[in-house]
Ligand binder design. Structure first.
Ligand code: G
Ligand code: G
Ligand code: MN
Length: 397
């Protein structure tokens, strides 16, 4: 691997070069002037796998340098290094991520050799970025007709007991040529081209049939289904859902609809009508990705949600970052005042798990517990998970 280090302090460059050499990396170019580094990158005379970038530099700061990296379409990894306050480092990282740069981490100076080693080891191999294919509406329409959309299910566990109490349905497109295609590649398109109703109906029908199978097996899991705001444009939606649930013969309360508002709605009355009626029918309503975009306080005020899902962006890393902890705690307190159930999304590591276990959040979901999987895998996974519980569950007060 080849590294480029940029830092105005010669001593910092020397130190980092030595640390990298100790890890067996000797292809290192160190530069004191960001403008020189930029000129070199622009000339294309050399290419790098990872750039280590200091934030505080007199002639061009790290944030400005990041902007140039985006302009020249740099595709390698980026490691931010700074002696600044943790929040500044964190914000710079968020910014670089938002620019779609491959940010490998943010290291606080002086860099700890262990952290350095871990951050490099976690770096995904270069250029593995899978090409994102753009699908035409007709292809998705055909996929819906051919039932190529299949449901994956991600477990949700009770944080008090560790027991598996529910799943979130996450749709995937089993594409005959491209393999498994993820929803971020077709949900937005489905919304734009009037296909989201058909998509949601298919996902819901499959999820309900599956919920029924689990009930019959004596595993009465709560099943959450994602619903787009665009599904809430036709007044018959509440009746449709209630009717579908009745048809499979499971309790209305075992189905939860997760709602995110991805863009501002022009007509608010229709969604409000539908959501209120869904609640009157005792179907669960969850506010998804809470705290991001339009999933906000105004929605808590206006819509009778009974579950709040704290966005993964607040949960991950909350154990060592005070601003995130404050946001998680405040969200939980608010939900509690409103009598809502709470779910922490994106619980990814043991540290995330331990942190959220120590709050009074009700449920957890995330890769630390399990990735989304096929329905059949869920039933064989449950006993495996539950056998590991004694070491994971601390008694809560
Ligand atoms: O699994 P993941 O990549 O699985 O999902 C990415 C996003 O796609 C999530 O924000 C999730 O809410 C959304 N999503 C997954 N399945 C569905 C679905 O059936 N309908 C809608 N509207 N969104 C979905
Ligand atoms: O927006 P919504 O919450 O519906 O989307 C859930 C998304 O989060 C899915 O894409 C799912 O695959 C993903 N996901 C679930 N658990 C984790 C996790 O622990 N870490 C990360 N990075 N993503 C997760
Ligand atoms: Mn969701």
């Amino acid at each position: 691997m080849k590294f480029l280090l940029i830092d105005d302090e010669p001593f910092a460059l020397k130190l980092l070069s030595r640390q990298l050499a100790n890890l067996g990396f000797d292809q290192v170019v160190a530069m004191e002037h960001p403008r020189d580094a930029l000129a070199m990158l622009e000339s294309g005379s050399d290419s790098f796998d990872i750039i280590f970038l200091d934030l505080q530099m007199p002639d061009m700061d790290g944030v400005e340098f990041v902007r140039h990296l985006v302009r020249i379409a740099y595709t390698g990894g980026l490691m931010l290094v700074s002696g600044e306050d943790q929040r500044i480092l964190h914000t710079a990282e968020t910014l670089a991520n938002a620019h779609k740069l491959r940010v490998l981490g943010a290291l606080h100076k002086p860099v700890n050799p262990d952290q350095l080693k871990k951050a490099i080891a976690a770096a995904p191999q270069q250029h593995e970025k899978t090409a994102r294919k753009v699908y035409a509406p007709d292809e998705l329409k055909q996929a819906l007709n051919n039932r190529e959309l299949i449901n994956y299910y991600q477990p949700q566990v009770d944080l008090g007991t560790g027991r598996v109490v529910g799943v979130e349905t996450l749709v995937r497109w089993q594409h005959p040529v491209d393999g498994l295609v993820y929803p971020d590649q077709f949900i937005g398109m489905a919304e734009e081209h009037g296909l989201i109703d058909d998509l949601t109906r298919l996902v819901l029908a499959n999820a309900l049939a599956q919920a029924r199978r689990w009930h019959d097996m004596g595993v009465p899991l709560q099943v959450a289904v994602n619903v787009s705001m665009d599904n809430l444009a036709r007044l018959d939606f509440a009746d449709y859902v209630a009717h579908e649930i009745a048809k499979v013969g499971i309790p209305l309360a075992s189905i939860i609809l997760e709602v995110t508002e991805s863009r501002l709605m022009k007509d608010l009355l229709t969604p409000l009508d539908i959501l209120t009626r869904l609640r009157l029918k005792n179907i669960g309503l969850s506010i998804d990705d809470f705290g991001t975009g339009h999933s906000s306080l105004a929605q808590l005020r206006d819509i009778p949600f009974d579950e709040l899902k704290i966005d993964q962006g607040f949960v991950q890393g909350a154990h060592n970052y005070a601003p995130l902890r404050a946001i998680v705690e405040a969200s939980l307190a608010m939900a509690q005042h409103l009598g809502m159930k709470t779910v922490a999304e994106g619980v990814e590591s043991k540290l995330d798990w331990d942190f959220i276990q120590n709050t009074d959040c009700d449920l957890a979901q995330g890769y630390f517990i399990a990735k989304p999987m096929l329905a059949d895998e869920i039933t064989s996974w449950i006993p495996v998970w539950e056998s590991g519980l004694p070491t994971l569950i601390k008694t809560r007060s």
